[in-house]
Design a protein around this ligand. Structure first.
Ligand code: DGL
Length: 276
C-alpha cells in the first residue's frame, strides 16, 4: 500500500445522523484519520424500506464516497449492514466494514447469562440480522429482538431527553424487563443518541451495546491488516455531506458530538442517483 493511500480519508455513511455515533467513537480510536461522512437525510428512514431499495441506496452512497477517494467504507447503519454488505463487497475493491458482526461479538463478550435483547429497525429485526449472527457465534445464546422504528425520527429531531422519548421508550422496552436479559444491543446507529433515556427505562442492571464502540476496534484492525492506518502527524479533518436540510443536521450533530461543525455540504439527490 502506498503512503498516499494511507492518507486518504475513511468514508462513512448512514441514512442520516445515526452514523455520527460511529464517527464520534472512531475519532477517539483513530484521531489521525480524515473522515468523509454522508448522511442520506433525504431518504431516511432506511429501516422501513425493502431490501432492494436499501441495497440500491447503499451502492449509490458508496459510489459517492468512492468519488471522494476514500480508502475504506464504514457502513455505519445496521439496516444497510444487514442487507447490502455482500453486494458492496462484490462491487467495490476496498475494505467495507459493517456493524452486525462487531455488535454481536461484543454482546456475547459482555453478557454473563447469554440472554441478549436486540433493538433495531423493522428491516434489521425482520432480517434477523443479530439473532442469526449471535447464534452463529454461540448457539446456546437466547436472543430477543424488537423493532423500535420511532426512535429514528426522534433522534433525527434531537429529542435526546424529551418527555415523549421516555414514553415511547417505555412503550417499546417494558417487555424486556421481564425477560432476564443482561445485555441490550442498540442495533441501530441512531439509538446511542437516545442511550441515556433507554438506559433509564431498561434499568441499570442491563448493559447497552453501542455499534460505534463495538465496531471501532474492528475498523482499526481491518485498516491495520490492509496497511491503511494514517501516519499523519496532525489530527484528521472531518467533512460532512447530507442529501437534505443541512441546517437541521448541523444543529443535532453539534448537540450530539459536543463540538462545532464548520460546514455541512448538501449533495444533490439527483446527482447522487444520476452519477451511479
Ligand atoms: N441508523 C440506521 C441503522 O442503524 C438506519 C435507521 C433508519 O434509517 O431507519 O439501522
Amino acid at each position: 500500500m502506498s503512503n498516499s493511500d494511507k492518507q486518504k480519508p475513511i468514508g462513512v455513511f448512514d441514512s442520516g445522523i445515526g452514523g455520527l455515533t460511529v464517527v464520534k467513537r472512531l475519532a477517539s480510536t483513530l484521531p489521525k484519520e480524515n473522515i468523509i461522512y454522508f448522511g442520506d437525510t433525504a431518504r431516511v428512514p432506511y429501516g422501513s424500506k425493502s431490501n432492494s431499495t436499501v441495497t440500491e441506496y447503499s451502492i449509490q452512497n458508496s459510489r459517492f464516497l468512492l468519488n471522494k477517494n476514500v480508502k475504506a467504507i464504514i457502513v455505519a447503519c445496521n439496516t444497510a449492514s444487514s442487507i447490502a454488505i455482500p453486494e458492496l463487497r462484490k462491487i467495490f475493491d476496498i475494505p467495507i466494514i459493517g456493524m452486525i458482526e462487531p455488535g454481536s461479538k461484543m454482546a456475547l463478550e459482555k453478557s454473563r447469562n447469554k440472554k441478549i435483547g436486540v433493538i433495531g429497525t423493522r428491516a434489521t429485526v425482520g432480517n434477523m440480522a443479530y439473532s442469526s449472527e449471535i447464534k452463529r457465534m454461540n448457539k446456546n445464546a437466547i436472543v430477543f429482538e424488537k423493532s423500535c422504528p420511532l426512535f429514528v425520527p426522534i433522534a433525527e429531531e434531537g429529542w435526546i431527553e424529551h418527555r415523549a422519548t421516555f414514553e415511547i421508550a417505555e412503550e417499546y422496552l417494558h417487555e424486556f424487563r421481564d425477560l432476564g436479559i443482561d445485555t441490550l444491543v442498540l442495533g441501530c446507529t441512531h439509538y446511542p443518541i437516545l442511550a441515556e433515556v433507554i438506559q433509564k427505562v431498561i434499568g441499570s442492571n442491563v448493559m447497552l451495546i453501542d455499534s460505534g464502540v463495538a465496531s471501532s476496534e474492528l475498523i482499526k484492525s481491518e485498516l491495520e491488516k490492509s496497511d491503511l492506518i494514517s501516519d499523519a502527524e496532525t489530527d484528521g479533518e472531518h467533512e460532512y455531506y447530507v442529501s437534505d436540510i443541512p441546517v437541521k443536521f448541523k444543529e443535532v450533530a453539534e448537540l450530539f458530538l459536543g463540538k462545532q461543525i464548520d460546514h455541512v455540504h448538501k449533495v444533490d439527490l439527483e446527482m447522487l442517483t444520476l452519477e451511479n
